[in-house]
Design a protein around this ligand. Structure first.
Ligand SMILES: NC(=O)C1=CN([C@@H]2O[C@H](COP(=O)(O)OP(=O)(O)OC[C@H]3O[C@@H](n4cnc5c(N)ncnc54)[C@H](O)[C@@H]3O)[C@@H](O)[C@H]2O)C=CC1
Ligand SMILES: O=c1[nH]c(=O)c2[nH+]cn([C@@H]3O[C@H](COP(=O)(O)O)[C@@H](O)[C@H]3O)c2[nH]1
Ligand SMILES: [K+]
Length: 511
């Protein structure tokens, strides 16, 4: 029984499934889960898959993952970790401009492997401070400096071994601290510092300036953890030679002052953070930034249509953030009746933006490696993740337990909780504004370190691209445009079949 394709002699290659162009013409809004790709031909090894991609017109990344500018996702540790794995973090702006710029400045200063913002105490502090640190932060080795801050003269180190058997917890740190210290000169390479620390058999190695000021800290526990991690590869560095760090700002007049501080702090790229980016506010802001800070890349959004994308590209953006209502904590589609299924949104915006040389960030709705493969294959150059990265060691906030499960808080930036905090800074205490929530506040399971989660996820993404028969992100885009990559919509039953089924119990271990 010859099908139309067979009759043409293509044996179904080009008539099986749909090209993206044909599939997305049908009037439905598709999510990632609605869609499934046909496998292609594999003529390369999985390790030959290269995920190098573009974040913006001018910024390239080795890893197509970025962290969302949300206050339960992206602060200093996340920005450092995302750059360490070859991606980038976007620092949120639900804080004062000074706080945000401080986070950017510290993240950019950080060297991968060294402790981010090491805690210091003063010699006159009581040792109960160590008890509090152990309870709240989970560590008990700290550096003692004259002023109790980084940059001040190093005088000692206290570890739990120094304070274990001291009954009087008001005893001053100076009485118990170790003064016999092994140090390394400021600027020592990680490799060299690691050798010194391992050789010393101590738990901490402070790096000090010639005049004795404490500047950086290497920790044995971290070193052990790194040793067990997949190799991280080269970090994302800016043209300044420092870690690449992004930040979000709004489109109000006050955001111009915020931006000035961010630029002074060395920010490499900014995102204009809005649920509906095709606005006069955003156009005015883009025009302002391009004049005031001509070297700075600007990402506009969010958008979900080709029309919106074209408008922001005409206004001068260097990258676009795509997604409206697809986020795990989003209620925008319910509250405002606008948005789009994320699969359709990525395809439709990328079709316009890629042709004009502007990369797309697929933002929201990423819950597994398959979603990353789908986003990249539908035209995105990077994916932005909120919930996927919330709950990692590097996300802000402390872990807590609920019914025996280890959790961290995660909330939408349009949730009442986030707005109430941010409005104080953003709207200068305007409590008369009617606040309508477009997001919720909740929690997510603990996921370990970004330094493990992202590399494992990307290995799965590489396997996905290999199955599709494409070895680069660009090849995926080209294959989709040429109609060589074929896809179709999964029925409800097909989606069920594609998931785990018919088991009485199972354990899902991802890696
Ligand atoms: N991606 C998504 O689906 C969604 C994301 N969110 C997130 O929630 C947060 C808040 O989003 P939005 O409420 O869209 O923030 P927004 O700051 O863009 O908009 C808030 C309100 O302020 C107005 N506005 C903005 N600039 C203005 C100016 N210069 N003068 C006067 N009015 C101005 C806007 O039109 C809007 O009514 C963001 O972090 C966003 O990413 C919220 C909803 C959906
Ligand atoms: O409707 C919304 N209300 C909110 O309060 C909100 N906060 C964040 N976002 C958007 O969701 C993205 C993160 O989504 P995921 O958790 O699915 O990765 C983020 O990157 C944002 O685009 C929101 N959307
Ligand atoms: K949603």
């Amino acid at each position: 029984m010859a099908s139309e394709g067979y009759a043409n002699g293509d044996y179904g290659v080009m008539s099986d499934g749909f090209s993206a162009g044909a599939l997305f013409k049908q009037g439905f809004s598709y999510t990632y889960d609605d869609l499934i790709f046909h496998p292609g031909y594999i003529n390369f090894a999985v390790d030959d898959v290269d995920l190098t991609t573009s974040l913006t017109r001018n910024i390239k990344l080795r890893t197509p993952c970025v962290s969302s500018p949300m206050d339960t996702v992206s602060e200093e540790s996340m920005a450092v970790a995302m750059a360490a794995v070859g991606g980038i973090g976007f620092v949120h702006y639900n804080n004062t401009a000074q706080e945000q710029a401080g986070i950017v400045r510290r993240a950019k200063k950080q060297r991968v492997g060294y402790v981010a913002s090491p805690v210091c105490v003063r010699p006159s502090d009581s040792i109960s401070i160590i008890d509090a640190l152990k309870a709240g932060r989970g560590f008990s080795s700290v550096v003692v400096t004259e002023d109790g801050a980084v940059g001040s003269r190093l005088v000692g180190i206290v570890t739990s071994r120094d304070v274990d058997f001291v009954r009087d917890r008001s005893t001053e740190v100076r009485e118990v601290m170790s003064r016999d210290l092994v140090t390394a000169p400021a600027g020592t390479s990680l490799e060299e510092a690691a050798k010194i620390l391992i050789g010393s058999k101590k738990s901490l190695l402070p790096l000090v300036t010639e005049s004795g000021e404490f500047v950086e800290l290497l920790c044995r526990t971290d070193l052990k953890a790194y040793h067990e991690l997949p190799p991280l590869g080269a970090p994302s560095l800016g043209s300044d030679g420092k870690l690449l760090v992004g930040a979000a700002i709004g489109t109000r007049d006050s955001d111009k002052d915020r931006l000035k501080l961010l630029v002074e702090a060395g920010v490499n790229v900014v995102i204009l953070d809005s649920s509906q980016g095709d606005s006069m506010y955003q156009r005015q802001m883009i025009e302002y930034i391009k004049k005031a800070h001509p070297g700075l890349d600007v990402i506009g959004g969010n958008v979900v249509t080709g029309y919106q994308a074209k408008n922001l590209i005409d206004a001068g953006v260097d990258g676009l953030r795509v997604g409206m209502g697809s986020g795990s904590i989003c209620t925008t589609q319910e509250v405002c009746a606008v948005g789009r299924g994320q699969g359709t949104a990525v395809y439709k915006t990328a079709a316009v933006a890629n042709a004009l040389g502007v990369p797309i960030i697929a933002d929201g709705g990423i819950s597994n490696s398959g979603h990353v493969v789908k986003a990249l294959s539908l035209g995105a150059s990077t994916v932005m993740m909120g919930s996927f990265l919330a709950g990692t060691d590097e996300a802000p906030g402390n872990f807590f337990f609920q019914d025996g499960v280890k959790l961290k808080s995660y909330r939408g930036m349009g949730s009442l909780e986030a707005m109430t905090k941010g409005s104080d800074a953003r709207y200068l205490g305007d409590k008369t504004r009617l606040k309508i929530a477009q997001g919720v506040s909740g929690s997510v399971a603990a996921k370990g370190s970004v330094l493990r989660l992202v590399p494992y996820t990307l290995q799965a993404v590489k396997q996905g691209l290999q199955d599709l028969g494409v070895s680069t992100v660009k090849a995926a885009h080209d294959g989709l445009n040429a109609g060589v990559i074929r896809l179709e919509v999964r029925s409800g039953a097909a989606q069920k079949e594609g998931g785990i089924h018919d088991l009485v119990s199972y354990e899902k271990r991802r890696f």
